[in-house]
Design a protein around this ligand. Structure first.
Ligand SMILES: Nc1nc2c(ncn2[C@@H]2O[C@H](COP(=O)(O)OP(=O)(O)O)[C@@H](O)[C@H]2O)c(=O)[nH]1
Ligand SMILES: [Mg+2]
Length: 344
């Protein structure tokens, strides 16, 4: 899943991109979007490494995309929306370092996204109405009528100012909308790009909800801090009386917002973290590691990092009955270490 950094031009997306990934933005990609990986920190791999002494440690990474900023005049935005549409999760970046009003900007930006969705839905409804005027097989007609009914609901919600991610659609209706990759359906979070000397960041973060986290970060300053040696940085922070933002913490919030989680695999060869959609099953986790593991899936042997730390070794865990045998449809939980048994 791609994580799209989105917002108006000049809000600090490219600066945030460099802070998250360590990759400088390349102006050659400004019109199409630039992507780079951000390794997701996971302190628990250290516990696993202490037990397994692996040859290799591998951490999963998020693909971050710096999308072209939308123009406030709306000119040329349709093309810029394409890069946003590719993303599975949006990080909205709004400027507050230059006296602009980030909360007003966010509302306006949101309207732009919902208008783009309305255009797509209206267009599709129009095409369906044309299609059902012609003689077509009954089955196909029923399918189109069902799609039209769902899209009419969606359009209604959008016109009342309700983004799709907040609409209560059935699983079947979601299947209809998913094909259009509508922008207001994507999970999102907000980063308000504050001035270096912002004294009341809570006036921005108070807008956060359970579904949409809001962070206030002086992005330009953070990028400067990240370029310093740890000693220089500590000295600078002390002198200025400030405490930098923990990038690892921000990445974990991005991971969480995207609806994904990590699971572990561990052995003497490699200790590793993997990305998985929350709520996914053991066989889906196996699929992510290697298609052969999913095809020949027999069972997953599962234990938690917490239990391993408590008992010190896999053998002790087994003796205590804490290594579970789980079937294909087991829902993977946070802290799970998986070992997939499979036949070739
Ligand atoms: N003072 C200040 N300037 C910033 C900050 N973040 C970005 N800028 C400046 O704002 C301009 C736009 O930043 P950029 O990251 O390219 O924005 P983008 O268009 O959203 O990619 C650049 O000149 C940056 O130097 C910040 O936190 N503080
Ligand atoms: Mg940029």
């Amino acid at each position: 899943m791609k994580i799209g950094l989105v917002g108006y031009q000049g809000s600090g997306k490219s600066t945030f991109f460099e802070w998250l990934t360590g990759v400088p933005p390349d102006p050659a990609h400004a019109h199409t979007g630039q992507s780079a990986m951000a390794t997701i920190p996971e302190p628990r791999v250290e516990h696993l490494a202490a037990v397994y002494q692996p040859k290799k440690l591998t951490l999963a990474a998020l693909e971050i995309v710096d999308t072209p900023g939308l123009s406030r005049t709306h000119e040329g935005n349709a093309q810029r929306m394409a890069a946003i549409r590719e993303a599975g999760c949006l990080v909205l970046v709004a400027a507050a370092f230059d006296r602009s009003d980030p909360l007003a900007d966010l509302r306006s930006f949101d309207e732009d996204l919902m208008l783009a969705d309305m255009e797509i839905v209206t267009g599709r409804i129009g095409r369906i109405e044309e299609a059902v005027k012609k003689p077509i097989p009954r089955q196909e007609r029923e399918k189109l009528e069902h799609e039209r009914a769902t899209l009419a609901l969606v359009l209604d919600a959008l016109e009342s100012g309700n983004p799709l991610r907040e609409s209560h659609l059935t699983e079947e209706q979601r299947r209809v909308t998913r094909a259009f990759r509508l922008l207001s359906e994507k999970p999102r979070m907000v980063v308000v790009n504050t001035a270096d000397d912002e004294e009341h960041p809570e006036r921005f973060t108070a807008a956060a909800t359970d579904e949409v986290p809001v962070l206030a970060i002086p992005i330009g300053l953070e990028l400067e801090l990240s370029r310093m040696t740890p000693e220089d940085r500590a000295e600078f922070e002390e002198e200025m009386g400030l405490k930098g933002v923990d990038r690892d913490h921000v990445l974990r919030i991005v991971l969480n917002t995207s609806g994904q989680m990590l699971f572990f695999t561990a052995g003497e060869r490699e200790v590793r973290t993997w990305l998985l959609p929350r709520g996914a099953t053991a066989v889906e986790a196996a699929e992510g590691v290697h298609t052969d593991l999913a095809r020949g899936f027999i069972r997953a042997e599962v234990f938690t990092v917490t239990d391993l730390v408590r008992y010190g070794s896999e053998r002790e865990l087994k003796a205590a009955g804490l290594v579970r045998q789980e079937p294909k449809d087991y829902v993977v939980q946070d802290d799970d270490v998986l070992f997939i048994r499979f036949s070739v």
